[in-house]
Design a binder for this molecule. Sequence first.
Ligand code: NAG
Ligand code: NAG
Ligand code: NAG
Ligand code: NAG
Ligand code: NAG
Length: 135
Amino acid sequence: MLFTSRTLLSLVSLAVFATPGLGQQLQLNCTAGAAAFNCASFVPSFCSSMGNITTINGNSTYSGCFAGPGPNQSCVLTALSTISSPFAVNVTNCASALNAVSAVCPMGGVGMFTAAIFKFAIDPNNGACAIPIGN
Ligand SMILES: *[C@@H]1O[C@H](CO)[C@@H](O)[C@H](O)[C@H]1NC(C)=O
Ligand SMILES: *[C@@H]1O[C@H](CO)[C@@H](O)[C@H](O)[C@H]1NC(C)=O
Ligand SMILES: *[C@@H]1O[C@H](CO)[C@@H](O)[C@H](O)[C@H]1NC(C)=O
Ligand SMILES: *[C@@H]1O[C@H](CO)[C@@H](O)[C@H](O)[C@H]1NC(C)=O
Ligand SMILES: *[C@@H]1O[C@H](CO)[C@@H](O)[C@H](O)[C@H]1NC(C)=O
């Protein structure tokens, strides 16, 4: 399911990750929000779903809302293009970035490899998805 994600606000902290094998650094900003739980279980499904997308339009986002991991909880995962022309997401980099966000940011956050095209974000929420894409 495609929809435009709300802007991530309240970025509070910054961590820089060394990323073995990629030769790139991952910059992370954690988010301050009301909900704090781990959305890592949805990362593989979200990132692989973008293997079915040829390109994401410039300045656009691709998001999915997943029900869980607990009752009345949901996770919004997002890929945000930072360029103005259409481009395809790298599924491997999506998973690396979002797994790092999951590990470091209990309330969610955003990660981006240096010189990359896309930012990847996780937003845990209390309450159900407006439009779930499943889990
Ligand atoms: C990708 O598309 C194929 C064929 O339509 C479908 O079977 C598969 O479930 C899709 N994968 C994801 C992750 O959406
Ligand atoms: C994307 O954003 C940039 C910078 O704001 C702008 O110059 C460009 O026209 C936008 N491109 C599209 C396709 O909206
Ligand atoms: C995705 O990125 C990784 C690491 O930068 C690279 O090794 C791989 O070839 C890329 N995959 C595609 C399909 O571009
Ligand atoms: C993290 O926040 C800094 C400072 O606001 C900003 O310059 C940087 O682009 C952000 N990084 C990501 C991945 O959003
Ligand atoms: C689900 O969470 C929302 C947002 O916190 C809350 O307003 C609602 O009462 C909760 N519903 C249930 C059944 O717990």
